[in-house]
Structure formats: structure tokens, C-alpha cells
Design a protein around this ligand. Structure first.
Ligand code: MEV
Length: 426
């Protein structure tokens, strides 16, 4: 029997993960099977989980697969992707293979520059406040660099200050951006600490009250670009190319379509971000905000035909990822995935991630402009459905191949097929 249904589990954070799990199981009437699933999912990892988050009871594992065929800036690279979505990795492998002949992906980057915002309220005319801040740039530099001398030692640190006056529902506010080169760190800790150290001084200098002090995920000074050329024969001819261009124009013009088009790009991007222990939410927030920078939500990628008739794709987006700090350093799977990638800087990782996003977008557009995506999904999806209905061992392939032969991947059909296979074998 469970205790009274309450979400007040006092002292949960002080318990060991095993004790916590028992407490949660009691409270929710969790069956033994579910408890042992949670225990076995976390085998060998629960201590780490307990250090990473509050109230850890288990670990949620996500498959890591390898994207093959990628050439980024002339280097062949195998890219680990962490995703639960069936067709994502296969799609990248296919798209990357189709542009190997033209050299794969060529990238460029604006460098690892992050910004934090300090919100200033009052202090008189916000434009005066703004100028008073600019006058202190040398002091600002000194305060920021003092917060993270190690960063300065490796070539990073304070770069610039930008002060904006933003109109809000309660009147204008002065918003100070401190701009920092965070080198191989994602940089959240560095810039947040700098903003917090600086805020009291900004108040003192300007007479304004400082309130929020936090990085912006719209990392538009940390933009990475990837470009690739797909030859006509690799696309499937002129008609497919033109249909892909129409698919792109649709996405660029219509936010309803752009959201899905960009979600496809993020299928690739987030999978590598997650596999390397980076912050998927930060990247996603930055990506979608950047896609709206013209005042309208648009396609993150651009597509065109070159004079020879080939399809040229490019993707430009903020990419605030790091190699040091956070889960990248402490999570063994993230560390191993970084070793597979063989990258020596956060910038190099960022370039690979954006290339993967572009490959993903090519594959989705090509599928949508030809057979639709369900065909490609079918094989892996059929296996998922077989698992969902309880198939084990050989049964999974048998159920999946019957579903594929029927051309209908449905749970009710999978149940019928499984029941028949079991009856035949009994
Ligand atoms: C599915 O996860 C992603 C797609 O919907 C992307 C797209 O529509 O471009 C296939």
C-alpha cells in the first residue's frame, strides 16, 4: 500500500539513490518490475547521476550511434549521435555519402564568443546610463578578467561591452552585454560569474539598480556555418532538386513549416550536442531565436542551385558548445564520444555539429520531396513497434518483417502477428 498521495517527500535529497527509489516506489505503488528496470538502467552509473542532479533514482539511457561518411573541412570524421529517433542517424549517413564526391562539408566560425546581460533599471535617462557604462570599459575589462584568470591565460577573457536601451512595458531599460571569449568552454559559468561580479559596480557608476545577471542563449557572436554541394546525380535528377528547392522555399516562408524543417535540423544537432555532454536546451533556444532574427521565424538553412545545376546547402547558427566543464568532462560516455570525434577544440566540435545539422536537413528534404518520410522510417519503426508489443529475441525481426511486408506499421497488427507466432511455436 502506498502512503497518502503527496508529493512532499521530506528528506529525499538526503537519502541514497536506493533509499530514494524505495521511497518513490512506496509512494507510487511501483511494481517490482519497474523498480528493477530503474535499478538495472543505472548499473555502474548511479553514483555519477547522484553527483550530477538532485534526487537521482536512476539513469535514462539513449542509444548512441555513429554517423558515417562525414567529411568536415577535409577530415573524415565518425560522429557519435545520441538519439531515440529511429531514422536520424541513417539519414545523416546517407546525406553525407551523397556529398563525399564534392568534398563534404566546408565550415567557418566566428569564434567562441559568448555574452552575458546585466539589466539596469532607473538611474535617469537610459542613454546617459548607457554612456556612463561605456566610459568604464577598462575597469569592466579588469573586473571580468579577474573573475577567470585561467581563461585569460589560455587566450580568452573579456573582449568588449555593448550597451542597449530596450523599450519594455514598464519603460526603457539599459541592458549591458559583456562579451567574452570563452575558448574551449561553453562559457555559461564564466560569463555569469563576470556579470555577477560586475553588476554592483555598474550600479555604483551609473546610479541605476542592477537586477538580472545572466548569459544570453542567443549566442549570435558564436555563429558557425557549414556548406556542402550535392551533385545532381546524387540527388536523383533535376526534378528532385527543384522539388527540394520548393520544399525549402515553403519552409523559409511559412513558420508552420519552418518549425518542422528546423526540428529536423535539430534532430542531428541535438544528437551530437547530447552525445558530447553539452547543453541541448541552450543550443535549441539559441537556434530558434536566431532563426527569428529578421522578425519572422524562418528556415535555419538556405538552399540554392549553383550554375552547374547542383544543389548547394548552407546552415548558419549559434553553436555554444564546450569541451571543458559540465558533463563533457565528467560523463564517461561524453568523454568517450569526444575521443571518437578526435576534436581538439570546442570550435572544431561546433563545426562538426553544424555540418551534421545540414546533412540531416538534406536527408529530410530529399525524403519529403520524393517518397515521403514514412518509407525510410518503416524498417526501424517496425522494430520499435515489435518491441512495444512485447516481442523478444527472434520475434522482433519476425514481427517487424511481417509489418513491413504488409506496408502497415501498426501496433494492433503487431499484436496479432506476435500472438500468431507464439501460437505457432507452442
Ligand atoms: C522528423 O523528426 C523530422 C522531419 O519532420 C523534418 C522535416 O520535416 O523537414 C522529417
Amino acid at each position: 500500500m502506498s502512503d497518502a498521495p503527496t508529493s512532499r517527500l521530506e528528506g529525499l535529497h538526503k537519502m541514497t539513490p536506493a533509499e530514494r527509489l524505495q521511497a518513490v516506489a512506496r509512494q507510487t505503488n511501483l511494481g517490482n518490475e519497474a523498480v528493477s528496470d530503474l535499478v538495472s538502467a543505472a548499473e555502474g552509473r548511479i553514483e555519477l547521476a547522484d553527483r550530477l542532479v538532485e534526487n537521482a533514482i536512476s539513469v535514462m539511457s539513449i542509444p548512441v550511434g555513429i554517423a558515417t561518411n562525414m567529411i568536415v573541412d577535409g577530415r573524415d570524421v565518425l560522429v557519435p549521435m545520441a538519439t531515440e529517433e529511429s531514422s536520424v542517424i541513417a539519414a545523416v549517413c546517407n546525406a553525407a555519402k551523397r556529398c563525399r564526391g564534392t568534398g563534404g562539408f566546408v565550415t567557418s566560425s566566428s569564434g567562441p564568443v559568448m555574452a552575458a546581460q546585466v539589466q539596469l533599471l532607473g538611474g535617469g535617462d537610459p542613454n546617459n546610463v548607457r554612456l556612463k557604462v561605456y566610459e568604464r570599459i577598462n575597469e569592466i575589462r579588469a573586473i571580468c578578467d579577474e573573475v577567470d584568470p585561467l581563461l585569460v591565460k589560455v587566450g580568452g577573457g573579456f573582449r568588449d561591452v555593448d550597451v542597449r536601451v530596450v523599450d519594455t512595458a514598464e519603460g526603457p531599460m539599459t541592458i549591458v552585454h559583456i562579451i567574452v571569449d570563452t575558448r574551449d568552454a561553453m562559457g555559461a559559468n564564466a560569463v555569469n560569474s563576470m556579470a555577477e561580479a560586475l553588476a554592483p559596480k555598474l550600479s555604483e557608476w551609473t546610479g541605476a539598480r542592477s537586477l538580472l545577471r545572466i548569459l544570453t542563449n542567443l549566442a549570435d557572436r558564436r555563429v558557425v556555418r557549414a556548406r556542402a554541394v550535392w551533385p545532381l546525380e546524387e540527388i536523383g535528377g533535376q526534378e528532385v532538386r527543384d522539388n527540394m528547392l520548393s520544399a525549402y522555399h515553403f519552409a523559409d516562408a511559412d513558420p508552420y513549416r519552418a518549425a518542422t524543417h528546423n526540428k529536423g535540423i535539430m534532430n542531428g544537432v541535438s544528437a551530437v550536442v547530447l552525445a558530447t555532454g553539452n547543453d541541448t536546451r541552450a543550443i535549441e533556444a539559441g537556434a530558434h531565436a536566431f532563426a527569428s532574427r529578421d522578425g519572422r521565424y524562418r528556415s535555419m538553412s538556405r538552399w540554392e542551385r549553383d550554375p552547374a545545376g547542383n544543389l548547394v546547402g548552407s546552415l548558419e547558427m549559434p553553436m555554444a558548445v564546450g569541451l571543458v566543464g559540465g558533463a563533457t568532462k565528467v560523463h564517461p560516455t561524453a568523454r568517450a564520444n569526444l575521443a571518437v570525434l578526435g576534436v581538439s577544440s570546442a570550435d572544431e566540435l561546433a563545426r562538426i555539429i553544424v555540418s551534421i545539422g545540414l546533412a540531416q536537413n538534406f536527408a529530410a528534404m530529399r525524403a519529403l520531396a520524393t517518397t515521403g518520410i514514412q518509407k525510410g522510417h518503416m524498417a526501424l519503426h517496425a522494430q520499435n513497434v515489435a518491441l512495444v508489443v512485447g516481442a523478444v529475441g527472434d520475434e522482433v525481426d519476425k514481427v517487424a518483417s511481417e509489418l513491413k511486408a504488409l506496408g502497415k506499421v501498426r501496433q494492433d497488427l503487431a499484436e496479432e502477428i506476435l500472438a500468431r507466432i507464439r501460437a505457432d511455436n507452442s
